[in-house]
Design a protein around this ligand. Structure first.
Ligand SMILES: O=C(CO)[C@H](O)[C@H](O)COP(=O)(O)O
Length: 229
């Protein structure tokens, strides 16, 4: 197992210990969240109800016997545990590397507590080295991308956002949207950028998760470290 995988696993296992019987738990998406899901299933807690943030996580949770529910069927989620692509100052995050940002944000916003889990390499002094995912409605997405570019230029970001592709062609999210990844290098005003992106018609969501995380468990060389905003 690679060093980063080991650190992800440590963080996921530590987070699973935070879950109590009877809780409604939000299950994040990605390789770190998968460690959490496996460790949670291994605890065999009773009366859990789990809200997955993607079809992929739902499949894993189902396979491991975790009881699933949906955001429509629960009024609140007690605790959501999810990974991140970057963890910046104040626990401002970039998420969406796994294309689940919209469902993730919906689940996070319905949660009483949100716990981020990550390996140490994800902790950064300034957000933006990881390309910022922006989820866009497929209809007219090239026109929307032009308007995203205008906003990026206004934020002194010169690189155009790139349509996310995989081996099988353009990546579609679980909701059928496409993703543009914006190479920002450094995001100096994440709050203004988040607001400006949300104002563009056709932008469904972006991967800036600001003021949402309550705590982070970071896996490192010497075990786990806790971070708070
Ligand atoms: O936001 C996400 C998915 O949309 C993931 O949490 C993020 O990409 C981190 O993934 P990993 O744990 O595999 O590094």
């Amino acid at each position: 197992m690679s060093v980063s995988d080991l650190q992800k696993r440590l963080a996921g296992e530590a987070a699973a210990l935070r879950v109590e019987p009877g809780m409604v738990v939000g299950l994040g998406t990605g390789s770190t969240a998968a460690w959490f899901v496996k460790a949670l299933a291994a605890r065999g807690l009773t009366d859990l109800r789990c809200v997955p943030t993607s079809e992929k996580t739902a499949d894993l949770a189902r396979e491991l016997g975790l009881p699933l529910t949906t955001l429509e069927d629960v009024s609140r989620i007690d605790l959501t545990v999810d990974g991140a692509d970057e963890v910046g100052p104040g626990l401002a995050l970039i998420k969406g590397g796994g294309a689940a940002l919209l469902r993730e944000k919906l689940v996070w916003e319905a949660s009483d507590r949100c716990l981020v889990i990550a390996d140490a390499a994800k902790v950064v002094p300034v957000l933006g080295a990881f390309p910022l995912p922006i989820e866009v409605v497929a209809f007219g997405h090239k026109a929307t991308a032009n308007r995203i570019m205008d906003v990026l230029i206004d934020h002194e970001i010169a690189m155009p956002a790139r349509l996310r592709q995989a081996d099988r062609g353009v990546v579609r999210t679980d909701g059928g949207n496409v993703i543009y990844d914006a190479k920002c290098q450094a995001i100096h005003d994440p709050v203004r950028l988040a607001d400006d992106l949300k104002l563009i018609t056709g932008v469904v969501e972006h991967g800036l998760f600001l003021d949402l995380a309550d705590e982070a468990i970071i896996g490192g060389a010497d075990g786990v470290e806790l971070l708070t905003p």
